[in-house]
Design a protein around this ligand. Structure first.
Ligand SMILES: NC(=O)c1ccc[n+]([C@@H]2O[C@H](COP(=O)([O-])OP(=O)(O)OC[C@H]3O[C@@H](n4cnc5c(N)ncnc54)[C@H](OP(=O)(O)O)[C@@H]3O)[C@@H](O)[C@H]2O)c1
Length: 495
């Protein structure tokens, strides 16, 4: 792989400190970074290179997922550079171009540049425009290499703004140069959904409406808004989690096998399934969606305050910290199979999982035995915190009577492969360096996801209190959300 210069805009911020640089350090430790690769951090704070390295050393010590080896850090740190600049000021870019040229020359980087938008979303458009105006988006005699741009989430806040952002970004870069990052897709377990389905002979034949009763996708967090109330007030759970992470998980579970492992074949199949999700008219949105907001409650024995008293949150806020949806996929494979999606903050347990509930076996044989009704088979793909898969099936309870009891087959990544796994941001950054877009949503996918959610957003804009119920922190969301699976004779799992 050719070396590149990663230019991170927003280098003094939380994302750079907590995730990007610790994960890059992890790649360095695993010897996955090309010789010559370097990072140039850009933000307004007046750090020197050394002050920047020292800031990131502390961050890596705290957040590096593979552990922190000081000697290894000393070998990595000389690859980190800093350039103070105000991105709102067009003149800043002249100095930036000069610094990029000199760094590429010093480090033998053949002009390959990756730009990363780790700044607030309101800066995305002007930043990309100015990269273009400064001549940095196209190869030049001094910087002849490739150009790629990584755009952080959120990619827009509704269909219209996502389209506008796509238009702006695509007026400077081609779509194959744009990497819209969704860090969920960098997780090993998420990539394993694809391998599990299409790399095994026994699951795909039963992966359809004839055998599957329904699917539940849960992403539950115990944390609240962690001081980012101003950001969250503008977002809410639907925009922050469903539009990207949960719809991408749904696409992986429900897509048809692609023609090849080519990035566009895979992304094309994911798009098709998102397009097959039934659209809901705004006036019917309340039938398939329930929102919630956490009130005061208790998590791990500690009292936690209500959302409305968090820093930078309005005391009369109607922003949802929980959302549940019942979606229907109108195609041959999935007709009649409900997909239940839910995500929330301050929930009872931190867990992300996909539960595939199979149809009941006929109970005729066992109806007069002590066990009565048989439980149906269940397959659960655990994404976090314990990465793995389990399959629940019926086994005979030992003893003279015939009785069937559910038991679980477990596979965990930790037991099967040890601690070996590349953290999500590291994996995705490596893909950007390689120029592999497979795990990055395309323009059409992002817009299709927003088009599915727009009816809900429009409904809540009309009346922000609509479909919103309060739930105690530490619970599994508002009780009203139970109605979504109950309408189909189903129940939420308690993971
Ligand atoms: N943090 C996360 O866990 C996370 C997760 C997923 C996505 N994201 C996304 O990543 C982006 C960054 O998030 P964050 O949490 O890192 O935000 P943050 O902590 O507020 O950092 C923002 C960065 O932007 C810089 N900045 C602001 N105005 C600037 C200007 N005019 N010129 C140059 N630099 C400027 C700030 O540095 P100075 O003040 O020094 O200029 C700071 O480095 C956001 O779009 C967010 O949605 C974040």
């Amino acid at each position: 792989m050719e070396p590149s210069l990663l230019v991170i805009f927003g280098a003094s911020g939380d994302l750079t400190r907590r995730l990007l640089v610790p994960d890059l350090f992890g790649l360095f430790a695993e010897k996955l970074l090309p010789e010559g690769f370097a990072v140039l951090g850009v933000s307004r704070t007046a750090y020197t290179d050394d002050a920047f390295r020292s800031l990131l050393r502390d961050a890596a010590r705290e957040h590096a997922r593979g552990g922190f080896d000081p000697a290894l850090w000393d070998a990595f740190a000389p690859r980190l550079f800093y350039h103070p600049a105000d991105l709102d000021n067009a003149e800043s870019y002249t100095g930036l171009v000069g610094r990029i040229r000199s760094l590429c020359a010093e480090r033998g980087i053949p002009g390959n540049l990756i730009f990363y938008t780790a700044v607030a979303p309101k800066h995305y458009v002007s930043l990309v425009r100015r990269i273009g105006e400064a001549g940095l988006s196209v190869p030049s005699p001094e910087l002849p290499g490739f150009r790629r741009v990584v755009v952080e989430k959120p990619f827009g806040r509704d269909l219209e703004s996502a389209r506008a952002l796509n238009r702006e970004v695509l007026s400077v870069f081609r779509d194959d140069q744009v990497y819209r990052i969704d860090h969920f897709l960098g997780k090993e377990t998420v990539q394993n959904i694809f391998v599990f389905r299409f790399g095994n002979g026994i699951f795909e034949p039963i992966w359809n409406r004839n055998y599957i009763d329904h699917v539940q996708i849960t992403v539950a967090e115990t944390i609240g808004v962690e001081g980012r109330g101003d950001f969250y007030e503008e977002a809410g759970a639907l925009r922050d989690m469903i539009q990207n992470h949960l719809l991408q998980l749904l696409a992986l579970v429900a897509m048809e096998p692609p023609g090849s492992l080519d990035g566009d074949d895979i992304r094309g199949e994911k798009l098709k399934v998102l397009k097959s999700i039934e659209r809901v008219a705004p006036e019917r949105a309340g039938e398939v969606c329930v929102r919630g907001q956490y009130a005061e409650g208790e998590i791990d024995g500690k009292r936690v305050p209500p959302y409305r008293t968090e820093k930078n949150v309005s005391p009369s806020s109607f922003t949802e910290t929980y959302v549940a949806l019942r979606l229907a996929i109108d195609n041959w494979r999935w007709a009649g199979v409900p997909f239940y999606l839910r995500t929330g903050k301050r929930m009872g347990r931190k867990v992300s999982e996909i539960a595939i509930q199979f149809h009941h076996a006929p109970s005729l044989l066992f109806k007069d035995t002590a066990c009565g009704q048989l439980e149906s088979n269940l397959l659960v793909i655990n994404i976090q915190p314990e990465e793995g898969i389990f399959l629940r099936f019926g086994a005979k309870d030992p003893g003279p009577e015939v009785c069937v009891r559910p038991v679980d087959f477990h596979f965990t990544y930790r037991e099967a492969f040890g601690a070996r796994s590349t953290p999500a941001y590291g994996r995705l950054l490596l893909d950007v360096m390689h120029g592999d877009p497979t795990l990055f949503p395309r323009e059409d996918t992002v817009e299709t996801s927003w088009s599915l959610l727009d009816p809900f957003l429009r409904r809540w804009e009309e009346d922000p209190s609509r479909d919103l119920f309060f739930y105690p922190a530490g619970s599994w969301g508002p009780r009203e959300a139970d109605a979504l699976p109950e309408a189909g004779g189903d129940r939420w799992r308690r993971p």
